[in-house]
Design a protein around this ligand. Structure first.
Ligand code: ZN
Ligand code: ZN
Length: 320
């Protein structure tokens, strides 16, 4: 059994707007959680957009209580601000008992860790990366790589009773400018549930054949849906080449890959609740056999053997 928690579902930049509170204004952060054999929850975090900040506060209590693993992994799709801006304010960075594995692609010969270090440095930030209290370990991921998350939350190349099995695909520009991005499938080896993380990608009309092959057999596809088809075709406000997909592109990939559930994600920060609700109405129940489930901040989806067993709203607050 595995749970997917959505803590930030926007692309590009955070928004704070009363017309957008339904889906939320924080940028990309997804947490996939599974309980290990000792009964401790192992979080696997994908991307550190502003949604990571409140996850960090919520994790703090659980880390102190010992119900959450003090060793865990953060995967980065790439290093644009909407995928990294929450990191500087991530509470576990400041806990000496936390070991955080930071994994992502090498960009311009720099690892993710080196890039984050550069973002946390006076005068642009008051605390230096090296002064954080946690232990942080950096790793570089490559196209085609397969690795595992162990029972204690650390990544490993060895498949010894793993909590998660992770497959990596990398695509370069023009899929996403300038250095491309990483895409992941995260599989629960205990029941075979597989979750595909496909965002910050400009798919193709008719489908992206690499993505389709990569995600075949996944139960869930979380896919970039930054644009409506009208926006994508706009001549007055051109967005082609910006590295993002339309709903139709996401649907095409999901259909051809044969996934059960399509979860749109990485929303345009200009799309308010009314627009997203109209998209939800347009597709929900109309994509048989695919189930269309709009992501929103606080959405928590639990799966067992590839089937959703619970959909809950779990809003993380800043104050008690
Ligand atoms: Zn993005
Ligand atoms: Zn990006």
């Amino acid at each position: 059994m595995v749970t997917i928690n959505f803590h930030g579902v926007r692309g590009s930049h955070p928004v704070s707007d009363r017309l957008m509170v339904g889906y939320g204004g924080n940028t990309s952060c997804v947490e996939i959680v599974k309980t290990n054999k000792k009964g401790i929850k192992i979080p696997l975090i994908i991307d550190a957009g502003s949604g990571l900040i409140k996850l960090g506060y919520a994790m703090a209590e659980k880390l102190y209580a010992g119900t959450y693993s003090k060793t865990f992994t953060v995967l980065f799709t790439h290093l644009h601000p909407d995928h990294t801006e929450g990191f500087n304010f991530f509470a576990p960075n400041f806990f000496p008992f936390c070991t955080i594995y930071i994994l992502g692609m090498e960009t311009l010969r720099k690892s993710v860790g080196a890039i984050l270090k550069g973002k946390m440095f006076p005068p642009t930030f008051p605390i230096e990366y090296k002064d954080l209290k946690s232990t942080r370990k950096h790793g570089v991921l490559h196209d085609g790589q397969k690795f595992y998350i162990t029972q204690n939350g650390s990544p490993s190349n060895q498949s010894i009773n793993p909590v998660f099995e992770i497959q990596v695909m990398q695509a370069y520009s023009p899929s996403h400018p300038q250095q491309g991005a990483l895409y992941y499938t995260i599989r629960d080896p205990d029941d075979g549930t597989s979750i595909a993380c496909i965002w910050d990608i400009e798919s193709h009309i008719g489908g992206d054949v690499r993505v389709i092959k990569f995600t075949e057999g996944a139960a869930v596809m979380i896919h970039d849906t930054q644009y409506t088809s009208q926006e994508y075709a706009s001549i007055t406000n051109p967005v082609q080449g910006f590295g993002h997909s339309t709903y139709e592109m996401a649907i095409e990939n999901a259909k051809r890959a044969g996934v059960h559930y399509l979860i749109p994600f990485h929303y345009n920060p200009r799309h308010n609740d009314a627009l997203l609700d109209s998209i939800k109405e347009q597709y929900t129940g109309n994509l048989d056999p695919i189930l269309f489930l709009m992501s929103y901040e606080g959405l928590s989806v639990t799966l067992k053997s590839g089937i959703i067993t619970a959909i809950e709203t779990n809003l993380l607050g800043f104050s008690k």
